[in-house]
Design a protein around this ligand. Sequence first.
Ligand code: CA
Length: 700
Amino acid sequence: MRTKSRFHLPALLPFLFLLAACGSGDQSRNLEMVAGGGGIDDAVLANADADDANWLTYGRTYKEQRHSPLTEINEETVARLGLAWSYDVGNVRGLEGTPLVVDGVMYATSAWSVLHAIDARTGEQLWTHDPRVDRGHARYACCDVVNRGAAFYRGKVYTATLDGRIVAVAAESGETVWETQTTPKGEAYTITGAPRIADGRVLIGNGGAEFGVRGYVSAYDAQTGELDWRVYTVPGNPADGFEAEALEAAAETWSGEWWKAGGGGTAWDAIVYDPELDMVYIGVGNGSPWYARLRNPGGGGGDNLYLSSILAVRASDGEYVWHYQTTPGDNWDYTATQPLMLAELEINGRERRVIMQAPKNGFFYVIDRETGEFLSGTSYAEISWATGMGDDGRPIENPAARDLAGGVFVQPGPNGAHNWHPMSYNANTGLVYFPVYDHSFVHRVNDAWSYDPRTYNIGLDFKNRTADAGEDVTATGRLIAWDPVAGREVWRVEQPLPVSGGTLSTSGNLVFQGRADGTLSAYRATDGEVLWEFQHETGIAAPPITYSVDGTQYVAVLSGWGGPEVLFNSPLGQGNVAPSRVLAFALDGSASLPPPQPPFPPIEAPRFQLAASAADVDAGRDLYAPNCMRCHGADVVNSGATPDLRRSTTAIHESFADIVLGGLREPLGMPAFDDLLNAEDVRLIQAYVLARARESAGGN
Ligand code: CA
């Protein structure tokens, strides 16, 4: 095993003083910053499992098992669990984050990358940090303006912003210490994932493969914000030279001029540090565009490394170590960005250091994390794209799902059989707990696609795209307990709506999970029996956490319903959009919530008149789908996270072109589209919106 020095502080002291001098001009403030969680260093993070009071990293420990040893709340006492406090984040946007808790202070992130410091005992706000994300950048967010969390290290909280910055914030004061743009400014990259800490570095990836970008992960010096190393996940243009040998090897698996659309492979969620092996495991995403034959035109093909792979690199320098590709030649948006979890498992009589993942493609993988050796891959959901798994770890494909001739329903759809929702592992039960959904999606390839840096570049044919034509409306979902050694499901709880939230496991023999209708539940870890439930008005997708302050154990969760399924009006997005809050629970908690929001009134027929033919309305639908649907929903149906355009007032309709082309509402999150649409396009889209409003009037 590699050994290395963990003591970077002496070398960095001059920088600390420099920061004090340039940042605030006040050296005493800098000393205060070190006091606020300044003791959270590499040794503390490496032993986070023993620190049961705090929740110090995204997955609680570097192994990201999301299991807490706390037992005050357990299968006997959980019936007494009640609301201890709630904290309103001030909007109704989606919440996907894992809050951190450090010495009685909670750090939670919300929409538009806003960071909140909250007293973890009372819910009182200590400070907020708003990075003032460029609202126009929402145009490049495939999957809502959400944020999945922060990292904490030596008195600083690290967050990444939707518009591609990594920000170090003083834990004590909420002031910015340093800030770095980690993506090319103005390009279609976004960040929604949580940074991770690795031996003095802050690691961050990015998203944007739906728009046509090239994925990479960057490691910054945590104290100074200086770039240490950067790993690209897919090869660039060979004429520019390759950044690494591993990329030269990867280029052999691509053909055509794939680099023009970036290639994809964004690492937008799972990035896991392994101090035992000095490795970082990166979950790599789908291709740009989605379809292999568009990425490799002219009958080429190949596996397109390292798309849809787990990529292991050395933490100290970013050098390639191994990879395992879950979906060779990805053709269905089957990212392998889903949560990565490290564990020690006994397999065939031998203890193995493993990495586990349940990526979108529907197989649960157990991989040897020292070598990348495939140990097992077993389907955990109904799938149609593959008929099985070869002994070599290569899936056996269904040829119809590869060809996609004429438009084919493929299961699972691009949301995956499991997505970013974190899973948890209880070593006592030997079970991994995660949410699963069964659904399918019509893939119809637009063979006339060509790369356009201003917009979506997935290569899907959007013609006639409506909710009914696009997705399987019989989508279902469940919470499952999975035995990773035996490769089988041990218990399941069917959920009323398809998508449910990430999970928390505790030594109280409990699993906590929220769901789309706002119910937070505690299940017995061994058999899935419901032991406790709480009803919030707002859907829950984020994973619960647990911590203790002054000897009292709390369970907390961010409740806010959003994400791509919701904005798209996908059958998977059903759930309750209402005020987004942090909820914290303790035994005998008796706090109450504000009264729930009233339901939306029925849609009224718009009074605004626009001369338009039936052909105009059809043309408007085909413009709406690729340009507007991502935020305002298929068929112009929207659950309230963003404006439901069918409810647009006469005043809105009168300024429709000023909003869409002129950016009139950009401060509220509606970008301008004047580079992509003209006045006639806007008239057609408006005609379609008005037609949908008239169709919906009286009903909903
Ligand atoms: Ca994707």
